[in-house]
Design a binder for this molecule. Structure first.
Ligand SMILES: CC(C)(COP(=O)(O)OP(=O)(O)OC[C@H]1O[C@@H](n2cnc3c(N)ncnc32)[C@H](O)[C@@H]1OP(=O)(O)O)[C@@H](O)C(=O)NCCC(=O)NCCS
Length: 353
């Protein structure tokens, strides 16, 4: 099955101009297919990110090319032993591959399976995880025998439609219901002296998100992860904004963050919002989101959209977003299959051909 196609590993750090020319051409073709109305991330930003040393995750990249054209692109990632969440995440390989739209249904997509199995065996990984938001991807992954374990969506808010008076009311209501709770805003990095505390609270909140049936490990953010995250974003021209609520005893009760990219000034990304379990039901989530929306709107008047990713099962977050005016933009699923089942499927396919 694999013999017809040559899978070539890509070393992004040392790749020459020929590689980058065909890679960016492929990227443009995929962008036109999947998100034609969005700005394309500039080539130099993509190159910088692919060339950088990631201290916490390893990245594998392969191409199938012919006559200077990429027919298929494969990438996979997994935590390195240096990652603080390594122990509970090391068994999962996160992979993503696509085939040039003019070359589909010729067995290229399935030709990656023996390589995936080899990678998983080499690294003792037992679960393969792959996401898609395209009809072809759903059909292919089901054919492969993978199961949909998590449904999510990218939701978008058109700022021209936002009722800003209503947002100000959420802020006032939040203040009234918890007059002792302070809200602090941080544009750019939050002070380093807060990283330990912030990352601990953020990790706890992130791990309380619903994962549906997805096989996953623990999310562990620490001060080193934060430092790397800031550095990566700043190098790429992205600026983070955070808001934190604090109770009178000094404890962080809620967090929200957004990311502005200088190369994409019209769409601002809403990251994670979380309220500590013991502080829920007091309107802190709404206060945080509305305060941040007002702040970003004022700071970046050229922004037209907020974009955010949500689990389909995250009812409290979706309720807040829907009231703000967020609407579903793209839906997707994360599929998983065990290495043993994938190996059995490969055997079955080899027998059938
Ligand atoms: C998913 C994708 C990689 C498949 O690549 P491909 O080269 O067309 O896949 P194959 O030719 O090996 O297909 C294997 C089988 O999957 C099924 N399949 C693939 N695409 C399908 C589609 N669009 N509709 C229905 N079945 C499909 C078929 O059973 C097919 O066998 P057949 O052609 O003999 O009927 C490609 O469609 C793609 O790039 N999609 C967008 C990216 C994506 O969603 N990737 C998700 C995987 S991580």
């Amino acid at each position: 099955m694999a013999a017809r196609w040559e899978h070539v590993e890509v070393d992004a750090k040392n790749a020459g101009p020929d590689f980058w020319a065909r890679y960016h051409a492929y990227r443009r073709q995929r962008h036109a297919e999947t998100r034609p109305e969005d700005p394309l991330t500039p080539d130099e930003i993509v190159e910088k990110e692919m060339k950088r040393d990631d201290p916490f995750d390893s990245h594998l990249r392969y191409e199938i090319s012919r006559d200077g054209v990429i027919l298929s692109w494969f990438s996979a990632g997994a935590p390195k032993p240096s990652s603080p969440g390594y122990e509970t995440n090391k068994h999962i390989l996160w992979a993503d591959w696509s085939v040039h739209r003019d070359h589909r249904r010729r067995g290229i997509g399935s030709s990656w399976v023996p390589l995936v199995l080899e990678i998983m065996e080499r690294h003792s990984q037992t679960t393969l995880s792959m996401g898609t938001e395209e009809a072809s991807g759903h059909a292919f992954l089901k054919w492969l025998g993978a199961e949909s374990k998590f449904k999510g969506a990218e939701n978008r808010l058109r700022l021209a439609d936002v009722d800003w008076k209503f947002m100000r009311r959420w802020v006032e209501e939040g203040q009234r219901r918890s007059p002792e709770t302070r809200l602090d805003a941080y544009d750019g990095r939050i002070p380093e002296s807060m990283w330990e505390e912030y990352s601990r609270e953020l990790s706890t909140m992130l791990n309380s998100m619903p994962w549906e049936d997805l096989e996953h490990g623990e999310i562990v953010i620490n001060a080193d992860v934060m430092a790397d995250w800031y550095q990566r974003n700043e190098q790429a021209g992205r600026r983070s904004h955070a808001m934190v609520t604090r109770e009178p005893d000094g404890i962080i009760s809620g967090i929200t963050d957004m990311m502005y990219a200088t190369y994409n000034p019209t769409i601002v990304h809403q990251g994670f919002t979380g309220v500590r379990a013991s502080a829920r039901g007091r309107g802190l989530g709404k206060r945080l989101k509305a305060s941040m929306a007002l702040h970003i709107h004022e700071l970046y008047p050229q922004a037209q959209w907020f974009s955010t990713d949500n689990a389909g099962s995250n009812a409290p977050m979706l309720a807040i977003n829907t009231k703000m005016g967020f609407k579903q933009f793209r839906v997707g699923s994360e599929y998983q299959i065990t290495r043993d089942r994938l190996a059995a499927r490969l055997k079955e396919l080899a027998g059938a051909s």
